[in-house]
Design a protein around this ligand. Structure first.
Ligand SMILES: [Zn+2]
Length: 242
């Protein structure tokens, strides 16, 4: 068999192993896809609750400040009462104080409602935090293992890539390029034997002319149908007879 064909067969073997490792490596993260999904769902719930909690915190502060300001107004008005000279003014002021107090009672009710929601959100936030920590911990633990396994695939692939570079060096540059193109387009099978006057890559019949050329084994030929590089393979009984 031609030396270049032998090298191509070696190259195909190496590249096929890289392909398998690549595919296996890509499947590794799928093992934690469920856990990742769960983690992201819990995290989203936690973040939404955190946002709600922060808003309630702000509402609570605003409401408390409002009540405080209105209380100050009442105190101020009460102090002013002492200095009022006429009855009319006095009663007007009393009326205003009463109105402010009533409005503040309303605000205090609102504050109580906010406080109830605030405490509820605070409780939920703590629960979700615990869930996120739990799922997140398990997820990170699995990821350490996943990354280690992916790293080991990378190491094996790097070794094969080095081997591949060595093998490619021994090939004619144009042929190497052509081989890689066919390899990518033909699903990792770029060099195939011709058997029983057929291409074993696409199973198309090969003309007797081309078959004869292949048997001479002195030049690179490709299948006219699938473009794979062909080489002659003697029938089994003929080969074993030798
Ligand atoms: Zn073919």
């Amino acid at each position: 068999m031609m030396e270049q064909i032998k090298i191509l067969i070696d190259l195909q073997e190496i590249m096929s192993r890289v392909r398998v490792l690549d595919a296996d490596k890509r499947r590794v993260p799928l093992e934690v896809a469920d856990l990742k999904g769960l983690f992201e769902e819990r995290e989203a719930k936690f973040l939404a609750t955190q946002k709600e909690f922060e808003q309630l915190k702000k509402d609570r502060r605003d409401k408390e400040r409002e009540i405080e300001e209105e209380r100050d107004k009442v105190e101020h008005a009460k102090a002013k009462l002492m200095s009022i000279k006429t009855n009319k003014e006095y009663y007007a002021m009393l009326k205003e104080i009463e109105q402010t107090k009533r409005a503040n009672t309303q605000r205090e009710d609102e504050l109580l409602a906010i406080l109830a929601r605030y405490e509820d959100a605070e409780k939920r936030l703590a629960e979700f935090q615990a869930e996120v920590d739990d799922v997140g911990g398990r997820y990170r633990e699995r990821m350490v293992d996943i990354e280690a396994r992916m790293g080991s695939f990378d190491k094996d692939i790097a070794v094969l890539d080095e081997k591949k570079a060595e093998v490619v060096k021994r090939l004619d540059k144009g042929l190497a390029r052509r081989f890689e193109m066919i390899f990518d387009r033909r699903d990792g099978v770029a060099v195939v034997p011709a058997r029983n006057q057929s291409c074993t890559g696409c199973h198309m019949h090969i003309s007797p002319q081309l078959f004869n050329l292949l048997q001479r084994d002195d030049r690179i030929h490709t299948c006219p149908n699938c473009n794979r590089i062909l080489f002659y393979e003697a029938p089994v009984e003929e080969a074993s007879g030798k």
